[in-house]
Ligand binder design. Structure first.
Ligand SMILES: Nc1ncnc2c1ncn2[C@@H]1O[C@H](COP(=O)(O)OP(=O)(O)O)[C@@H](O)[C@H]1O
Ligand SMILES: [Mg+2]
Length: 247
């Protein structure tokens, strides 16, 4: 199982859109895919019309009183399952603390899914804290959707610095540009600068209204608009990410 966490310290950068669409593309290829919605806002759960409730709540999961797989729900899409968000997740940063033991527990929770799925996609909440640290330790790859602006690049650099300081393998940190508006000079400049960066994907997701429509269609773009430019872009990003994460 390959675990890919869609993460950014910032909100509204396309983490959930990336998570939902990339996971769907993997499932479409016949892989068994699980999305774990760790954001208490529950946007990924909402897109898949999955009730945002965990059996017994997140606390029982972390204490081992309940099993993760008991909370896995089927979606209406083939090969795609969901571990829904729970509003109780807002306490996750308290339950998952900075101790090694806590990180280990989270990692073993993720490990308990090993063998059941080909891919685990984690939709992370924004911010940085013990939970993000636990996710960084447990996931194989941390993928940052990044809007090509100076401030967003800084959030990539902060994640990079965190990896360095904690001796985490920098090749596990990958970024791709999202919500790109190529008419904007700044977007063009930033993409030009990072085009050859080792950890940035060449392909990106432009700012497109098709992506926004997911909110009313309640489905990934490749499902409700398979031949759209948006679907095409997500396919290219997935193709490149798949290659990079299977190396
Ligand atoms: N490529 C895109 N083009 C247009 N709108 C987008 C795109 N990606 C995301 N959005 C919209 O922007 C908002 C924030 O995106 P979302 O994926 O939820 O961000 P995050 O999970 O990082 O908070 C959502 O309303 C979503 O529909
Ligand atoms: Mg989100």
């Amino acid at each position: 199982m390959t675990t890919i966490a869609l993460y950014n310290i910032k909100g509204g950068v396309g983490k959930t859109a990336g998570c939902v669409n990339l996971a769907y593309l993997a499932a479409e290829e016949g892989k068994k895919v699980l999305i774990w919605d760790l954001d208490p806002q529950g946007s990924a759960s909402f897109y898949f019309s999955v009730e945002a409730k965990l059996k017994g709540g997140i606390k029982k999961l972390l204490t081992g009183e309940s099993q993760l797989d008991a909370s896995i729900q089927a979606t209406e899409f083939e090969n795609l399952w969901m571990l829904p968000a729970d509003f109780g997740n807002r306490h996750l940063d308290v339950l998952v603390d900075s101790t090694k033991q806590s990180k280990k527990k989270f990692k073993s929770l993720v490990g308990s899914l090993q063998g059941e799925f080909d891919y685990l996609f984690i939709d992370c909440p924004p911010g940085i804290g013990p939970l993000s640290e636990a996710i960084f330790a447990a996931a194989d790859y941390v993928v940052l959707p990044t809007i090509p602006t100076t401030l967003s690049i800084r959030t990539y650099e902060m994640a990079q610095q965190f990896f360095e300081e904690n001796q985490l393998d920098p090749s596990r940190l990958i970024a791709f540009f999202s919500m790109v508006d190529i008419r904007k000079n700044l977007h063009n400049e930033v993409i030009g600068k990072y085009y050859k960066h080792k950890q940035f994907l060449r392909n990106y997701v432009p700012y497109l209204s098709t992506v926004e429509k997911m909110g009313s269609k309640l489905a990934p773009v490749a499902w409700f608009a398979p031949s759209s430019y948006a679907a095409q872009c997500f396919r290219e990003v997935w193709k490149e990410l798949k290659k990079k994460t299977s190396a």
